[in-house]
Design a binder for this molecule. Structure first.
Ligand code: PSU
Ligand code: MN
Length: 305
């Protein structure tokens, strides 16, 4: 195994015994939510994974080591520390060679999960093709990573800060299956719908696990994007979100924000301008994803020999 990887003993034991493990990202802790909701949510999510029969493995880079499964103190540090670098794939060698701390995005978390042998990864929303990408060329490395790496991603769909239509096109081009749990509409994070139909629909975690097994058994490389709609009683309708998103994009442009800073800027702006309502939806959908991801991991390990 790669020398700069460190497994938490619980994670190492579960992987050795072929027990289900669920990877979780750390950018959402350091850059996606503010303190103390970030650490409270991260702990609650780990607990939900456990209560659904899998072992949680929150992934981050600690003093240059890819760390799979954080201690409670480490998790607290990521929640509180300022200036933790947001680490996507291109940032990994720099952060590791300099012995730094890094909060891993979907792309970096997937890569480290794959190095450790974890198949299922739970997050809130993935990065994708940004609105205006025809000029900015801003397409998240989450998508290119999903083309190559055999780790399935459980999300609440794609946030409409992105161009959802182009993101779905990109996923199709790269051969990445997109499957929504239990409904035909593709969800958009805060909302159960997006105006787009999901390319695929399956009705149970078990059916999704069966699809993952077939894909990887056939040697079809890459991820599957699993979309799990936000619970109905927590959803914010997409027309209301759209108003906030337009204002957030405008504020980002006026502030000259670009590159890796744009996604955290938009997330923060929206959280600050929706009176905590979006934060509540965010917390609820990630917990919901944790339960589904753990069930998929349990079902997948049951059919894996
Ligand atoms: N989208 C969300 N919530 C998030 C992110 C994206 O709805 O927290 C975070 C994830 O860590 C994702 C990253 O991998 O932002 C994407 O950043 P970028 O667009 O710079 O690739
Ligand atoms: Mn980008």
């Amino acid at each position: 195994m790669h020398t700069s990887i460190h497994l938490h003993p619980d994670v190492a034991a579960a992987l050795r015994d072929g027990e289900p493990v669920v990877a979780l990202e750390s950018t959402i802790i350091a850059h996606g939510m503010s303190y103390p909701q970030n650490t409270q949510t991260a702990r609650a999510v780990e607990e939900i994974v456990r209560s659904n029969g899998a072992v949680p493995a929150t992934i981050a880079i600690i003093k240059g080591k890819c760390t799979v499964g954080l201690t409670d103190e480490e998790l607290e540090y990521f929640g509180q520390a300022k200036n933790i670098l947001k680490v996507s794939l291109r940032d990994m060698p720099y952060v590791i060679s300099n012995g730094l701390y890094g909060a891993t995005t979907v792309a970096a978390t997937m890569r480290i999960a794959a190095m450790a042998g974890i198949k299922i990864f739970v997050t809130g929303g993935i990065g994708g093709v940004h609105r205006g990408a025809e000029n900015s060329m801003d397409i998240s490395a989450d998508l290119t990573e999903m083309e190559h790496t055999n780790v399935a991603v459980v999300s609440a769909g794609v946030k409409s800060i992105l161009d959802i239509g182009l993101t779905l096109e990109y996923l199709e081009t790269k051969g990445i299956p997109v499957v929504t749990l239990g409904q035909e509409a593709f969800p958009s994070f805060y909302s159960q719908t997006s105006g787009f139909k999901s390319p695929l629909t399956l009705d149970s975690p078990e059916a999704i696990a069966a699809m993952l097994k077939v894909k990887w058994d056939m040697g079809l490389q890459g991820s599957v994007l699993i979309a799990n709609p936000v619970p109905a009683n927590q959803e914010i309708p997409s027309d209301i979100m759209e108003e906030h998103i337009v204002l957030a994009l405008d504020a980002a442009q006026r502030a000259g924000v670009n590159g890796k800073d744009i996604t955290p800027f938009l997330l923060k702006y929206i959280a600050n301008h929706t009176n905590g309502e979006s934060l509540e939806a965010n917390i609820s959908l990630i917990k919901n994803n944790a339960a589904v991801g753990a069930k998929i991991a349990v079902d997948l390990s049951a059919i894996t020999d």
